[in-house]
Design a binder for this molecule. Structure first.
Ligand code: NAP
Ligand code: G4F
Length: 333
């Protein structure tokens, strides 16, 4: 029998890769989209004839109940969130509505309609914040450093709680940063790859950044969505850290990206104090030993390959005739 999956956040980076993966596995894929006055489907344009899009919103409990009742999925992947950390200081209440209450609405809707549906919740390494242990595992205590991180801790524990209270098959993936050419322009890897490509092509002369000393454990999004799916194929629901186990600084990211196109980063990067955060997460590095052992998961793309992939994709996009319009738009953050 064909399996059916609902993905919230299908228009986002991870949603697009997960939809591709599930379609390749023979799933029927139903994507949740929230209404927007202008289309926001560029990441899934190539999939539109193979996925079904349905309107619903994490803010609207009844819309979630309705879609679950209509679709009756086998699996539900909750990837929707307010996912940009700096925005969570500007809109802490809305961040909580999406990332904390939104997860509870989703869990309640599933419990009400069919508690047998398997659930994936998108938790985050941001929950470790001011880290209590190096590297971070499933057992490392959380110490979030932003309203985003705090909201994700709620989302994580409410998922664990529904599993333990109601016996629901609810997994929480604690994913470290993962990137791709489909990453939003406001996140640092994509901001750098886009900035490097613009400078190389003569469309810009500098790139403004914040804290170059922060370290992240960066992997490729295509590898990370595979782990989401693997979690829901296990006999028991559980939580897993997904990470490469290697950390790099933002400075290393910048050096590598500029060097890839034979440019000296120090001639083009400016530090803008406005881009520093009220509270920073200095150093994240994950230990994915449990996922490797129990899921057989392994990352396949190195940091160096990831940076090259992203810079090359932005060079190609901005060089193409259709990329011309995009080239005239500056990143907003
Ligand atoms: P993303 O590109 O920002 O995508 C977020 C998605 O959520 C978009 O499709 C967005 O829809 C949707 N969304 C936001 N609010 C919604 C609402 N109220 N109702 C319905 N949909 C809503 O994020 P991503 O990088 O793919 O990340 C996916 C998930 O993993 C997020 O929960 C994120 O917090 C988490 N995560 C990401 C990483 C990472 O490194 N990428 C690491 C750990 C955890 P619109 O297109 O309409 O805005
Ligand atoms: O790319 P970032 O904005 O990602 P951040 O804050 O680590 O969050 C991402 O990963 C989380 C997993 O840990 C996800 F849960 C979350 O949804 C999101 O996907 O920033 C990375 C680092 C930070 O330390 C930041 O201060 O880069 C530093 N940075 C330096 N200059 C910058 C900039 N970040 C951004 N966005 N823009 C800059 O100009």
């Amino acid at each position: 029998m064909t399996k059916r999956a609902i993905i919230t956040g299908i228009t986002g980076q991870d949603g697009s890769y997960l939809a591709e993966l599930l379609l390749a596995q023979g799933y029927e894929v139903i994507g949740v989209v929230r209404r927007s006055s202008s289309p926001n489907l560029w990441r899934i344009e190539h999939l539109l004839d193979r996925v079904t899009l349905r309107p619903a919103d994490l803010l609207d409990q009844l819309s979630l109940v309705r879609i679950i009742q209509d679709v009756r999925p086998d699996e539900f992947y909750n990837l929707a969130a307010m996912s940009f950390v700096p925005a969570s200081w500007d809109q802490p209440l809305l961040t909580g509505e999406y990332n904390a209450m939104g997860v509870t609405r989703m869990l309640e809707a599933i419990r009400q309609v069919d508690p047998g549906i398997r659930i994936y919740q998108a938790s985050s390494s941001e929950m470790y914040g001011r880290v209590r242990e190096v590297p971070q595992t499933e057992l490392t205590p959380f110490y979030p450093r932003s309203p985003y991180g705090v909201s994700k801790v709620f989302g994580h524990y409410i998922t664990v709680n529904y599993r333990e209270s109601y016996g629901m098959f609810a997994c929480s993936g604690i994913l470290f940063n993962h990137e791709s050419p489909r990453r939003g322009l406001e996140f640092v890897t994509r901001k750098v790859s886009d900035g490097v490509a613009r400078i190389k092509l003569g469309l810009a002369d500098h790139l403004s950044l914040g804290n170059l000393d922060a370290h992240r454990d960066w992997g490729f999004a295509g590898d990370y969505v595979r782990a989401m799916w693997q979690m829901l194929q296990q006999e028991q629901a559980d939580d897993f850290v997904i990470a490469t186990g290697v950390a790099h600084s933002v400075r290393e990211l910048v050096e590598l990206a500029f060097a890839h196109v034979d440019l000296d980063w120090e001639e083009h990067v400016r530090i803008d104090p406005k881009l520093l955060r009220p509270a920073e997460v200095d150093h994240l590095i994950g230990d994915a030993a449990k996922a490797k052992q129990e899921l057989g998961w392994e990352p396949s793309v190195s940091f160096q390959q990831l940076v090259a992939m992203m810079v090359d994709a932005d060079l190609e996009r901005l060089s193409s005739p259709s990329g011309h319009r995009a080239a005239t738009l500056q990143p907003r953050f």
